[in-house]
Design a protein around this ligand. Sequence first.
Ligand code: AGP
Length: 611
Amino acid sequence: MCGIIGICGTDFVAERLIAGLQRLEYRGYDSAGIAVIDHKALHRVRAAGKLENLRQSYASAPIDGLTGIGHTRWATHGGAEEHNAHPHGTEAVALVHNGIIENFHELKATLGDVVWTSETDTEVVVHLLEAELKTGADPERAMIRVLPKLEGAFALLICFRDYPDTLIAARQGSPLAIGQHHGESFIGSDAVALSGLADQVCYLENGDWAVLKPDTIQIFDAANKTVTRDFVANTVQIAGLGKGNYPHAMLKEIHEQPGVIGDTLHSLIDPKTLMINWADYPQSQYLRTPLIQFTACGTAYYATLVAGYWFEQLCRIPIRHEMASEMRYRDIVCPQNSLGIFVSQSGETMDTMEAMRHWQELGGQTTAIVNVPTSSLAREAHHTIPTLAGPEIGVASTKAFTTQLTALHCLAIWMAEQMGSIPKAQAQSMVADLLDLSGKLVAALSIIEDYKIIAKEVLAPASGVFFLGRGLNYPIALEGALKLKEITYMHAEGYPAGEMKHGPIALVSPELPVIFIAPSDRWFSKTFSNIQEVAARDGNLIMLTDQAGTQAVKEHGLDHKVRCITLPDVPETLSPILYSLPVQMLAYETAVCLGRNIDQPRNLAKSVTVE
Ligand code: AGP
């Protein structure tokens, strides 16, 4: 959840550390800090709150050096206050940490007379290391002695006053990427941290620890044996990380969707044959799977709920859905050769990672659909399908979701065609529909005034919002409610439209707008009955629909009661992709009306690497 960065260089590092923290701020923004070594002294500057506060503290009392570490925090142990901000340290050691040291309480008890300066789990590692240094151990020896004592999932980065050209890092669960450029070494939570600093990066594996000097990087495994880790190109471009010409990264990412969905499609489809291009997919194993289990968290989980409809209908295979945080602790049954599909934007979500490892231990096959191709999930899955959304910086996921839907739909078509449950011509026609989608997405994004008016007049003044949908669009109702909650802090609920009458209809009142996601599909007449039920109770109704749906509202004389947002017609199976856009835009415009911090909503962080 936190972001960490370190530089062991030949030029001053403070400004570069702060710039790196800016790229990492999406991982947490409760506090930030840096530590540098200068003339055999360790200096730290820290500030509670956003990075801007650190910039101000740094400007009023600048520090610098050739070696340093930085941290942006998502609080776990101890409040979002300066004394809990990283780096933690003493005069001799400074340390930043991502993750949780689970046995910190027991370890504290072993340390005797220490003056604790924070409520964090992290500080104990500082004092364990210092105790080792006091016995005459050098940093490497101190690490070898301390690391086996630490339990939990963590990434650590440490600098030492008496070893000014050395940084030490350790990875147990939480990722760390290392790079080198022009005689300087860099390390960070991910490739985003190192973009603009290193063109090639390698990733520490679980249990690895490393010693970085300006011109050398030594990596050791858990048994302290020297190991090499492959370097790959760091493809993250700084240019793609900002807000562009948009006021918020979220709005930029919403508008990128037609393009990145197209990129994802073109990476999976052969445009000449209109077939999905998976020559090297392990057909014999996967096509015999007795069931497909989907596992993910949050928005990615909702993508898998949509996928369930596609796979069930096209492949005629039993489907199971699991939330990763629940599944990882379940005594779950994995029938032989079963395929598990794990979906994640970051590929570092701890619960999804552990759920995938659990499935693999049970003998299951694993496919990861993931946006960060170098992530832990991508590297540990048996097979990976990358989504090409590009870096997603807005904490509220948008383009990652719709590219996940795109990849999942392609996989469903491919499996169905390979299994013979749909004919080749049907598969080709579905692929053609996918390729035809981008113009409709652009059209859905062009009716900005419709979203603005409803946000201003209906949603922003409301006490809460209901999102209802059926079938393929029930998960979009869930996603709409999650988006609104995340960035407006309003209460919102997503519900299957048919379940309303079993209780939630009691809440219907003019103060609680109800948004129906209702394309004119096979579920429409049922959903329309639910719309009438709400209208009969003077509910405040909004309907996301198409031409035929808008016409139905008029024909039933409901146009004075229902505000329609009319979207382009789209084949039924693709409506969840198209209808994701208006729910994102409604959440965004409502958050704008309420003056929320859209890219950094309270209490959240982009990547959840703790349990
Ligand atoms: C979405 O807006 C959320 N911020 C969150 O639910 C997210 O989708 C979830 O934490 C899963 O993340 P992942 O896709 O990186 O695994």
